[in-house]
Design a protein around this ligand. Structure first.
Ligand SMILES: [Zn+2]
Ligand SMILES: [Zn+2]
Length: 476
């Protein structure tokens, strides 16, 4: 038996608060309960609900508020011990240990022979959609968690646990899978898991992840396709003063190519990016340079455009070889596909996120949860799709792009308070604050509610997959 006191001071008694009609009109601040285990008073906030279909958000929101302190410790442990890609041993250990506290989760550490990858699975026991979350936890050299991947891990773990708990509570069908995906910055951990069959083997239907930034919140984040490769020129030594004509100058080959690339940049399209640095520029000035090398990165909005651009870029390197006589070798290091956001999934996330915004800023919400009060009073809602897709465009790249070509994917961006963007020391500091944590928890709520829509709404998964077919296979 549960007695609820709403903000207007009216008391009503229900057998089950989750099915009470009153919660559609009021916000509870105090709940007196008595059952076989005893009696007591529990203070909590249940957000205003206008429609039955939002039951799941009403469940995951207080659930994640109650989980937030434990997630804060996990977040701090990752943030304060930054580890580079494929060396995230502590993060792996902490994340795997975290799932041990929750019933029904099967956890596979060191998945597929990757030391710092893991998989956590929750099966409702009823056949249905299989929804996955990706958790990143690698940092950057010298500047720590400057990409805020500690917040990504926090949000994905929180969302997965909330979705599983709600699925159990409401007897929903399907499975929740959390992939611990290392080395996003430099090593493409998700691609290794994709190639190993981790997603296909589990028949995963959709993939969800969020990423912090310092720009406004967006559901439909797209990222650039990327190719990183090493360029080497092999020439021949000679005395640079006495007999330079006997040598072949490898550095000249590389400099000619660099200059040709600089010229090419004038003719590229918006979204085309060419970056590079010289790692080897010869030994000393008085020897003709036998070896020169550099690492280059080329990006474009879509994979098809990247391939076009790469033909022009390769021609510049060939020009360097032709003019200098040095032999050219190009060795691929890493390629990430562009991220194609799924608009159908984006609709759910946008709706849930904007509802949470209005709840948090509403004077009617008398929440007593300290983490919720740390959210800013006013945040900008995510714009409708036409503007959202513009707000969500980024020239950065991620291995979630490859995931988006393998299955429908959503990679919303959530704003944290920081004057500057990711990959800076200031952003690393901002990613460690309580405010950033609260924002990660809010993003996790919207993400969990999106996952629950996939599990519970008839025809929604079909709609998501049709959208994906159109975007990925018919646009190129
Ligand atoms: Zn990054
Ligand atoms: Zn990142």
């Amino acid at each position: 038996m549960i007695t609820c006191t709403c903000v207007k001071g009216i008391e009503e008694t229900y057998i089950d608060v989750m099915t009470s009609p009153m919660r559609h009109a009021c916000v509870f601040t105090r709940i007196n309960f008595s059952n076989s285990a005893g009696a007591g008073v529990r203070a909590m906030a249940i957000y205003r609900i206008d429609a039955v279909e939002d039951d799941h958000l009403a469940y995951v929101s207080p659930y994640l508020d109650s989980l937030s302190p434990a997630l804060r410790s996990l977040n701090r442990a990752i943030h304060d011990n930054p580890e580079l890609g494929y060396s995230e041993y502590l993060a792996h250990e902490n994340l795997v240990a975290f799932f041990a506290h929750y019933d029904g989760w099967k956890v596979s550490p060191r998945a597929y022979g990757i030391d710092t990858a893991f998989i956590a699975e929750y099966d409702t026991g009823r056949p249905g959609p299989i929804v996955s979350f990706n958790a990143e936890y690698d940092s950057l050299p010298n500047i720590g968690h400057a990409c805020g991947h500690n917040l990504i891990a926090t949000a994905s773990v929180g969302a997965a646990l909330a979705a599983a708990s709600c699925a159990s509570e409401y007897s929903l069908p399907g499975k929740i899978v959390l992939f611990g995906t290392p080395a996003e910055e430099e090593g493409g951990g998700k691609i290794r898991l994709l190639d190993a069959g981790a997603y296909k083997g589990r028949k995963v239907d959709v993939s969800l992840i969020v990423h912090p930034g310092n720009v406004r919140d967006a559901a439909l984040v797209s990222t650039a396709a990327l190719s990183r490769f090493k360029v080497e020129y092999f020439g021949k030594e000679a005395h640079a003063a006495a007999a330079p004509w006997e040598g072949i100058n490898a550095l000249d080959g590389l400099i000619t190519a660099y200059t040709a690339l600089s010229v090419l940049r004038q003719q590229t399209m918006p979204g085309d990016i060419i970056q590079g640095h010289i790692t080897h520029g010869g030994a000393v000035p008085n020897i003709i340079h036998e070896y020169a090398a550099g690492v280059f990165v080329v990006r474009a909005k879509r994979q098809a455009r990247l391939q076009e651009l790469m033909k022009k870029v390769t021609a510049c390197f060939e020009a360097g070889a032709l003019s200098s006589g040095a032999r050219l070798e190009i060795t691929p290091i890493l390629t990430y596909l562009d991220h194609v956001p799924n608009k159908a999934l984006g609709r759910s996330y946008r709706r849930h996120f904007n509802r949470l915004l209005s709840s948090a800023s509403s004077p009617e919400i008398m929440t007593d949860h300290k983490h919720s009060t740390e959210l800013p009073e006013v945040d900008r809602p995510i714009e409708p799709p036409e503007q959202d897709i513009i707000d969500g465009f980024s020239n950065a790249s991620t291995d979630q792009g490859d995931i988006s070509y393998a299955m429908p994917s959503l990679h919303p961006g959530f704003q944290i308070r920081c004057e500057v963007g990711p990959h800076t020391p200031l952003f690393a500091a901002a990613a460690g604050t309580d405010d950033a944590h609260a924002r990660a928890i809010r993003a996790a709520k919207a993400l969990a509610a999106t996952a629950l829509d996939v599990l519970s709404k008839n025809g929604y998964l079909r709609e998501i997959k049709e959208e994906w077919e159109r975007d990925v296979h018919h646009q190129g």
